[in-house]
Design a protein around this ligand. Structure first.
Ligand code: DAH
Length: 339
């Protein structure tokens, strides 16, 4: 028995020593110390050992087990260390190499223009509001004095979702929402996306507008003109010239169209402005009293003016972008040029 134990110890230690991998190590552990392992089997047979020898054999068996366990755990640590060193060698990082550079984002040209415009309006005391892009026919048309079958609807080829719900075709819906909620006097500006079924190099089914609305006592066309000129000066510089043309929108009376020094040629005359030196900037007007009344504002006491420029065209001209679609594709090559 004693001999057998010594033999087991000797064999086990030899095998452990010769081991090359963690998996084999476990196999050796099972071979000697597992449930049916060689040493375990012997320990189980202790009851057959004559009583006078049991103590000695027992203690020897325990020492053998301890030696095997210690050898296993030492080998385990050695193998793990060796693995770690090998991994470190393989995954060496050369920290002296020059960096490949981090990719830095930048603001979209529409966002930049938007931010600039908002800053100017906020300085002038406007409150920025936002509202739904999916809108009811009432807010988008009806309450703006554009009843069903009104020819003005033709100018805004609409995406209807149901008979009564559509993608808003203009941010003017926010004029109504503001008048219903806010107590005059107030000044609001609403930037946002609008949708029309229209598509070519200068029209996109999605585009961007601002809506500005001022409601107060005794205000009218001259205040509107003054404010627009101030905004354009802040956006494009003191030298900007403006020109006014009469226009028509059912919700403003009178309605005007403001042209300003063409930003493509700085007024010299080019293809965009058809040689006139001016290009279209703002649609605007004095709020039709009928619209004020429909939204619960006393038109005898209050008047108002509004303007609603599309901003994509301005961004295209300032950045010399030939096709409006570039603004919405988010092509990295384009965006990088726009930094
Ligand atoms: N919402 C009009 C459009 O998209 C533009 C417009 C005209 C806005 C006159 C206004 C305004 O605020 O007063 O065609």
């Amino acid at each position: 028995m004693k001999k057998k134990l010594e033999q087991i110890k000797e064999n086990a230690l030899k095998e452990i020593n010769a081991l090359g991998g963690l998996k084999e190590l476990d196999e050796v552990r099972v071979k000697y110390l597992g449930k049916t392992g060689e040493l375990t089997t012997i320990l189980r047979g202790m009851k057959d050992v004559p009583a006078e020898d049991r103590r000695e054999i027992g203690s020897l068996a325990n020492t053998v087990r301890e030696s095997i366990e210690t050898a296993l755990s030492n080998k385990w640590a050695d193998l793990e260390n060796a693995q770690l060193l090998a991994d470190m060698e393989k995954e060496k990082v050369d920290i002296t190499l020059p960096s490949t550079g981090t990719k830095k984002g930048s603001l979209h040209p529409l966002t930049r223009f938007n931010n600039k415009f908002m800053e100017i309006c906020v300085e002038m005391g406007f409150t920025v509001i936002q509202g739904p892009e999916v809108e009811t026919d009432y807010y988008n048309f009806e309450a703006l004095n554009v009843p069903k079958n009104h020819p003005a609807r033709d100018m805004q080829d609409s995406f209807y979702i149901t008979d009564n719900i559509l993608m808003r075709t203009q941010t003017s819906n926010m004029q109504i929402r503001a008048m219903e909620k806010m107590k005059p006097p107030f000044k609001v500006v609403c930037p946002g996306r609008v949708y029309r079924n229209d598509s070519d190099s200068s029209h996109s089914p999605i585009f961007n507008q601002f809506e500005a609305l001022v409601i107060d006592e005794n205000i009218g066309l001259k205040d509107l003109m003054f404010m627009i000129k101030e905004i354009l000066k802040k956006l494009y510089g003191e030298d900007i010239k403006i020109r006014v043309r009469p226009s028509y929108f059912p919700f403003t009376e009178p309605s005007i169209e403001i042209d300003a020094t063409c930003q493509m040629c700085q007024g010299k005359g080019c293809n965009l402005c058809k040689g006139t030196g001016f290009s279209e900037f703002f649609a605007a007007g004095v709020v039709n009293p009928k619209v004020l009344e429909m939204s619960g504002i006393d038109s005898k006491k209050y008047s108002g003016f509004a303007f609603g420029p599309g901003i994509d065209r301005s961004v295209m001209v300032t950045n010399k972008i030939p096709n409006i679609k570039y603004l919405f594709r988010n092509d990295m090559r384009f965006l990088k040029q726009m930094r």
